[in-house]
Design a protein around this ligand. Structure first.
Ligand code: 5RP
Length: 222
């Protein structure tokens, strides 16, 4: 069995009928949506991801707006890397501000990963992504130079298309860090730069990680 499918099956055990759940993006979350449909579970879904919203609609799951809820029972998400302190880095999607909002509204925020994503401490092979107000780009880029960075680049979809805009109309700055950072401190410092809406470091919101490997699914807890 695909390890991501195995991880999604374990996640199903944390979902109760009638609850409000958060679903992030990625292939493991897609497996979970399929399982919710197959098991005919009734839940309300809040999602920061346009793609996940479409997949839920296709599966017949009820999707509610984040603005209509004051609390989410359990949220599930993926990440690019997570360490033993449950500090996680998300890079690809560029929807981390809304993902963190979902995490903050949730009683439990559970990451679903395969074992290749788990490391002793974050290695920063992937960039930390900053969502930046367009007017603040020059200021933020200057400020970021005083951080322990290797390089930083505004994200473009292709040479012709210009910079990527988030659903909030902002820009994404991919910041490649040197290894050996205090991740919690780094998240606080990025958040403190005027014009940064949020970073893709998640060092205080993850409550559990389900790690799928060939032999089964292990839990990592706060
Ligand atoms: C992007 C993310 C995604 O949630 C993550 O990449 C999904 O991974 P997978 O497809 O392996 O479930 O954090 O930044």
């Amino acid at each position: 069995m695909d390890v991501k499918q195995r991880c999604a099956e374990k996640a199903l055990e944390y979902i109760t009928e009638g609850s409000i759940i958060g679903l992030g993006g990625g292939s493991t979350i897609k497996h979970l949506i399929t399982l919710l449909k197959e098991n005919k579970m009734y839940v309300k879904v809040v999602t920061p991801s346009w793609e996940t919203k479409q997949t839920c609609n296709d599966a017949g799951l009820e999707v509610v707006s984040i603005t209509d809820v004051t609390k989410i029972d359990t949220a599930f998400d993926g990440c690019d890397q997570v360490d033993q302190q449950l500090h996680a880095l998300k890079s690809g999607g560029g929807i981390h501000t809304r993902e963190k909002l979902v995490a903050g509204l949730s009683e439990e925020y559970i990451l679903l990963v395969d074992e290749t994503k788990v490391v002793p401490v974050l290695t920063y092979d992937h960039p930390v992504v900053l969502e930046v107000l367009p007017q603040a780009l020059r200021f933020v880029t200057q400020q970021v130079e005083s951080f322990p960075v290797r390089s930083s680049h505004v994200r473009h979809s292709s040479e012709q298309d210009g910079p990527v805009r988030t659903e909030n109309g902002n820009l994404l700055l991919d910041v490649f860090m040197k290894a050996g950072q205090d991740s919690a401190d780094l998240e606080r410092r990025f958040k403190g730069v005027n014009g940064v809406v949020d970073s893709s470091l998640f060092t205080s919101v993850v409550t559990k990680v389900l790690v799928a490997g060939e032999t089964g699914v292990q839990e990592m807890n706060k």
